[in-house]
Design a protein around this ligand. Structure first.
Ligand code: PMP
Length: 437
């Protein structure tokens, strides 16, 4: 089964390199390979599978579309299913934002929606530059790649969108200012404000700022809420539209329906994908009506709003709300974080455990190399890979992330139970011990 993958698939393939199985069946938090081995899936479609694999409400919604001659494809012409989805999304948003929000269905991926968001703020402001953050990830298309903090994937590609200024993210464990914690965070926001307001700051007024509230691929790094509030204040005062990329954090993952609710702010543009399609491809941008300066047809595309994804998305949103999965994610995230912090006390290769809700990162460091001014030891990607392998061999799928691929990331479905969290923690503990020996 792995032959075509190894011989014919693009050299750019990524996950299969360290997850070398052919998945045959999937149910809830588990996947089973063709040889019958069962794995706990804490990668979950890179955060897409809020309700896990093949959740009954999702299957039922898809079957309903298939068995009642509902249209599978309508371009962006509306349908009762689409109306229901839009109502469900608006009902999930804070009222103040929902009242002035417009929605645009985009191509099916997160990257498509990011491109749309950039194009929207460029049209609305007439300006061209973008602000993004060190360590940020927004996708692999031209503009999204241009706004990626990680230099590796873009340095071999000519002409990637280059009108991007990168700002320091408040990554307390490896603060770019050489001081950690709250102090580093405060320096970061002061620095950004000065950069944007000081005539000698060197940054021309940009079209927008794009930001993740918890950097996902960047290693599950949460931005402190005070800092997020500061970014909102600064962008508002400066007339810079704030684009919140909630492709990974949205729909309950961080313990709130949307991660911006932790800081009690609202965005100018909200980008959603992954979980909103209930495991099928779907993405939208939701934005303040004052930015709605697009001419009719200014943003189009064939696959905007796949009806099955819309139906699966509605069922997912309803289930998340009915079962308060945001609160559940918070509780399960707390339990997992506590377990991981306990494991950290038994080893010195875990430098940092952080995250929000069910988006957690464990940063693996090399304790035999000397620490920096904050007391953080250098990244240890080889050990992270070994831990990932030991987890995999014990039936737990996890992915790596972070600046050097040295962060083990936990992104389980939101429906994970207390017992399953215990199982994940126990396997991880054994894997760390095995990797170190
Ligand atoms: N933004 C964020 C925060 C993401 O995590 C991702 C995907 N990992 C994207 C954008 C891009 O989404 P897609 O892969 O669907 O293009």
């Amino acid at each position: 089964y792995l032959q075509s993958q190894n011989e014919r698939e693009s050299n750019a393939r990524s996950y299969p390199r360290r997850i070398p199985i052919a998945i045959d069946k999937a149910d809830g938090i588990y996947v089973t390979d063709v040889e019958g081995n069962k794995y706990l899936d804490c990668l979950a479609g890179a955060g897409t599978l809020a309700l896990g694999h093949n959740h009954p409400v999702v299957i039922e919604a898809i079957e309903d579309v298939l068995h009642h001659q509902r249209p599978l494809h309508t371009l962006d012409i509306t349908t009762p299913m689409k109306e229901e989805f839009v109502n469900e999304i608006y009902d999930s948003l804070p009222e103040a934002f929902a009242k002035r929000a417009k929605i645009q269905f985009c191509g099916p991926t997160g990257s498509d929606a990011i491109e749309a968001a950039v194009k929207l703020v460029k049209t609305a402001t007439g300006r061209s530059g973008m602000l993004s953050f060190q360590g940020g990830y927004h996708g692999m298309t031209n503009g999204a790649l241009g706004m990626m903090g990680n230099i590796g994937p873009k340095e071999k590609v000519a002409n990637v969108m280059s009108d991007v200024q990168f700002l320091p993210y408040p990554y307390a464990y490896r603060c770019p200012f050489g001081v950690g914690g709250k102090q580093g965070t405060a320096i970061s926001s002061n620095y950004i404000e000065r950069l944007l307001t000081n005539p000698e700051g060197g940054v021309p007024k940009p079209a927008g700022m794009v930001m993740e509230l918890v950097q996902g691929e960047g290693g599950a790094v949460p931005a402190p809420t005070d800092w997020v509030k500061e970014m909102r204040r600064i962008t508002k005062e400066q007339g810079i539209p704030l684009i919140l990329d909630e492709v990974q954090t949205g729909i309950g993952r961080t313990g709130k329906m949307f991660a911006f609710e932790h800081a009690d702010i609202t965005p100018d543009v909200l980008v959603l994908s992954k979980a909103i399609g209930g495991t099928l491809p779907l993405s939208v941008v939701i934005y303040d009506e004052k930015l709605d300066t697009w001419a009719p047809g200014a943003h189009s595309g064939t696959f905007r709003g796949n009806q099955m994804a819309i139906a699966a998305g509605t069922a997912t949103l309803q289930y998340v709300k009915q079962h308060q999965l945001d609160r559940h994610a918070e509780a399960m995230g707390d339990q997992l974080m506590n377990d991981l912090k306990k494991i950290q006390t038994h080893t010195n290769t875990i430098g940092n455990v952080r995250g929000r809700g069910l988006m957690i990162g464990v940063e693996i460091v090399n304790p035999s190399l000397s620490a920096d001014s904050i007391g953080s030891h250098p990244e240890y990607p080889e050990m992270a890979k070994q831990i990932q392998k030991e987890c995999f061999d014990r039936g737990l799928i996890l992915e790596l992330g972070g600046r050097y691929g040295s962060v083990v990331r936990f992104l389980p479905p939101l429906i994970i139970t207390k017992e399953q969290v215990e199982e994940v923690s126990s396997i991880f503990h054994h894997a760390v011990e095995a990797a170190e020996n």
